[in-house]
Design a protein around this ligand. Structure first.
Ligand code: ADP
Length: 624
């Protein structure tokens, strides 16, 4: 905006100009009327002043009526010489024959007796009417007033002659000119003073306007500190008040917009969902911190200006137009290929003006990784359960079919078939029991019978049972492979709060696995040690081990490294999953370490508060 006005463009100049022009026009009109009036008045007065008194006319008439021309002429000369009027240049007396009988001008004496050539004189003699005119004498550049008056015989009213009067108008006109000149100079001075005053007045009028202009420029720049001075209560005063009011309103509006923006910013930055906003073309304009985090980007500058379909890596599947045209409102974005392993649900909604014009797009990103994983696991679990139950059921079904087809009569085959059926149903019952206890733990309805147990004693008790089995198997030769159990326990008694039955179940399960996967002659080493706040047990075998890729999934439900072999050995694939749940419920942790082909070691750690016997002793003393 051009803030500097040229002087001739300003209202100040325009007002002054109009004022001066009006003044000039008025003075011009007044002057014209005045000069006209003055001229008229002066001429009339002048004409009256040169009129001959009626007794002169009468005397001249009398002289013209005389028959003695010479005497009459002398008398006429006498009468004319007595007329004492400086304004009159010449008086001529002409008789009714047109002969000049006398003149007041000594230089024109020779014309006496001559015929008058003057047309006005002729007309007057003919018509008996006065005649007057203004003439301009080129010879001496003088204006003259000519007046011809008929002289009448009073007895019969006949024209007996005429008096010709010539008077110079120069004095009249020079008078008028002088007055006009004075008037003109006065008018010019008035116009000059008027112009200056007009400029001053208009400056005074436009000063508040100028001030308001500057204030509005400041408001536009966002500077609300100034105030326009309110001078008086006229329109400009009210306008100044309105501008000040406007300034306050704009400041308030600005402040509320700013605070709104700050609020939006803080809402955006504290949102647990990621938010992206784009312009009409789908290029990112706003990103909040969560969106950066979810998309694994360090700085928002890496996203601003990029197309949203590139940012979300969905260019292969969607176009910006599809997102804007509400065809696709919601989608799942798997960032697994980007290395961050997140599953995001993206909601899109177009930013629409009232007219329906879409000016951009808002995308809200919600982290649904855990939900999605749970959902996938749930589906996997249902499919696993159905699969696991179908296999034993199918085999039971086929054996029952075979028996009913006549195999029951065969004394050699029937018991074997029944044995298989019993084995399979046992396995199904075990599996269902395992599933039930897992589901109880999931639902949180499992009750723990917590008690302080000397864990070393408990482990010795469990392992003694296994040693008994080994001994028994060796005695009756029922075992197909040999193995032994070694114990490396800490000296100290460790009292830990556990549910004895459930903990025994966990150790049984891990021991059974170790035995199951041990080679012939393998040693199973069980260790027990303590740290300042944990007891740690480990059960190591020298078996097949677990492939590295499967280590992370070994505690998953139904996971088995070798499904066929595990089933053959009557495994349900739920043992380690239950163990993990139980240990977690006891506040501990379970993990595995394994080298494929060399053996596996399962570790269990449980929270432990060192039991100070002296404290106990002190307490007992205090009680007694
Ligand atoms: P299962 O009833 O099949 O034994 P688990 O949950 O107890 O079910 O074990 C899950 C899988 O972990 C087993 O199928 C097996 O593949 C593997 N596994 C468990 N313990 C061992 C071990 N000591 N050595 C090698 N593999 C093991």
């Amino acid at each position: 905006m051009n803030s500097k006005l040229k002087f001739y463009q300003s209202i100040r100049f325009k007002i002054a100009l109009v004022f001066a022009l009006m003044l000039m026009l008025t003075l011009e009109c007044v002057g014209a009327v005045f000069v006209r009036q003055l001229e008229h008045q002066n001429l009339n007065t002048f004409k009256q002043s040169i009129e001959l008194p009626s007794y002169v006319d009468n005397s001249l008439s009398t002289q013209l009526a005389r028959s003695d021309t010479k005497k009459a002429n002398r008398q006429i000369k006498q009468i004319l010489s007595e007329v004492n009027n400086n304004n009159i240049s010449e008086i001529r007396v002409i008789d009714n024959k047109g002969t000049i009988r006398g003149t007041s001008n000594a230089d024109n004496r020779e014309t006496i007796g001559q015929k008058s050539t003057d047309q006005a004189v002729k007309a007057t003699l003919l018509n008996n009417r006065s005649h007057s005119e203004n003439i301009y004498d080129n010879a001496n550049h003088t204006r003259y007033y000519i007046n011809v008056v008929p002289l009448v015989d009073s007895s019969n009213n006949n024209v007996i002659g005429a008096v010709y009067l010539r008077a110079s108008l120069e004095t009249v006109y020079s008078n008028i000119n002088n007055i006009t000149l004075i008037y003109l100079s006065a008018a010019l001075i008035t116009i000059a003073i008027g112009l200056v005053m007009a400029i001053l007045i208009s400056q005074e009028i436009t000063r508040p306007i100028e001030e308001m202009r500057k204030q509005t420029l400041r408001i536009a720049r966002g500077d609300f500190s100034g105030q326009v001075r309110v001078l008086g209560n006229d329109e400009l005063g009210q306008l100044a008040g309105a501008v000040n009011n406007l300034s306050v309103r704009v400041e308030e509006a600005q402040e509320s917009t700013d605070s709104e923006r700050r609020r939006l910013d803080s809402v955006l930055s504290h949102m647990s969902d990621g938010v992206l906003a784009t312009d009409r073309r789908g290029n990112v304009t706003i990103v909040n911190n969560m969106a950066l985090q979810l998309l694994g980007v360090d700085h928002e500058d890496d996203l601003i200006g990029k197309s949203i379909i590139d940012v979300l890596n969905i260019r292969h599947d969607y176009t910006v137009r599809q997102l804007v045209n509400t065809e696709q409102r919601e989608m799942i974005i798997d960032t697994a290929n980007d290395g961050s392993n997140l599953i995001l649900r993206a909601y899109f909604s177009p930013i629409q003006r009232e007219s329906g014009f879409v000016s951009g797009l808002v995308c809200v990103l919600h982290d649904v990784t855990s939900q999605e994983k749970e959902e996938r696991e749930r589906k996997q679990f249902v499919s696993n359960v159905s699969h696991e139950l179908r296999t034993p059921l199918t085999s039971v079904h086929s054996y029952v079919e075979a028996l009913s087809d006549g195999a029951w009569k065969d004394k050699d085959v029937a018991p074997k078939f029944l044995e298989v059926i019993q084995g399979e149903t046992d396995r199904m019952i075990r599996m269902i029991n395992d599933l039930l206890s897992l589901s109880r733990m999931d639902a949180g309805t499992t009750k723990l019978n917590l008690e302080y147990v000397n864990i070393k004693e408990l482990l010795n008790y469990i392992l003694d049972r296994f040693d008994m089995i080994i001994k028994k198997e060796e005695e009756d030769g029922s075992s197909n492979k040999k193995y032994s159990i070694e114990r490396h326990f800490t000296e100290k008694d460790l009292w830990v709060e556990i549910d004895t039955d459930k903990f025994t179940q966990v150790i049984d399960n891990i021991m059974n696995n170790a035995i199951k996967y041990s080679p012939d002659g393998g040693i199973i080493t069980v260790r027990l040690l303590e740290t300042h706040n944990h007891v740690i047990m480990s059960i190591a075998d020298q078996g097949l081990g677990i492939p590295r890729k499967d280590l992370g999934r070994i505690f998953d439900r139904f996971f088995r490294v070798d499904k066929a072999r595990s089933r053959k050995q009557g495994g349900t694939g739920l043992g380690l999953a239950i163990s993990k749940e139980v240990i977690n419920m006891l506040g501990g942790q379970i993990w595995v370490d394994s080298v494929e082909g060399h053996g596996s070691t399962f570790y269990i750690s449980l929270p432990y508060v060192p039991y100070d016997e002296e404290d106990d002793w002190d307490d007992q003393e205090a009680e007694s």
